[in-house]
Design a binder for this molecule. Sequence first.
Ligand SMILES: C[S@@+](CC[C@H](N)C(=O)[O-])C[C@H]1O[C@@H](n2cnc3c(N)ncnc32)[C@H](O)[C@@H]1O
Length: 227
Amino acid sequence: MARKKLVRFAEVDCYPFYHDLSKSRYRSNQDRVDRIVGLQKLILDREQAGVVLELGCGSADLSIGLAKLNHQRLYVALDIQGERLWRAGQKILEEQITNLILVRGNGQELKEYFAPSTLDQIWLTFPDPQPKQRNAKHRLTHPGFLDIYRNILKPGGEVILKTDSSELYQYSLEQFEASLGWEIIQRVVDIDQVSQQALPQGSKIETYFEVKARERGERIGMVVAIH
Ligand SMILES: C[S@@+](CC[C@H](N)C(=O)[O-])C[C@H]1O[C@@H](n2cnc3c(N)ncnc32)[C@H](O)[C@@H]1O
């Protein structure tokens, strides 16, 4: 691994708000379990005020924006890639944000990280569209993921997808419609045509990938589904 990357990993690992749950990080499974239990305790303390997950957060731009808008809620920004979380960690320190946790982990393992019925919202911000059929199971709105979300969301909790991919937008609508226990409460082909007041709080916060999509002239769609 490049030296710069190693230095960043070591740096982010020292931040008190950073939890690395990736399996390769631990010599013993018990150490990892202890870390997960620690994370769950933090979440339990804030559960009543509301807990929000941003899955595939990259540099956690949305979570940082939301955490500044709503100090009561706890935000958990999770990504499989540590380097992007290092960038998020820098911003959290600079802006002295205290209600945001960074987790390095895999979305496939969310049921290990979160107790059932603990989350109020899950944001999927510009997930990779995974256009090849053989990679469909990696799409964050694949039925396998929707089952996981249903387990960890509180009743009435919501999933909010923001995407510049019309294919992923369409695919996601179809999956929510076909999967048990979901109701689509909002579908917007172009969020620029809708006011912030008519969208979930923070919908107009731009992430790194959103800025890139806008530079390419893409429309930004949104799907909100509750269970
Ligand atoms: C296109 S980027 C979007 C990043 C950010 N949300 C944004 O809008 O700028 C997709 C992100 O999802 C993460 N990702 C993809 N699959 C994941 C998974 N199964 N678990 C956790 N993160 C995942 C990638 O590492 C990447 O950072």
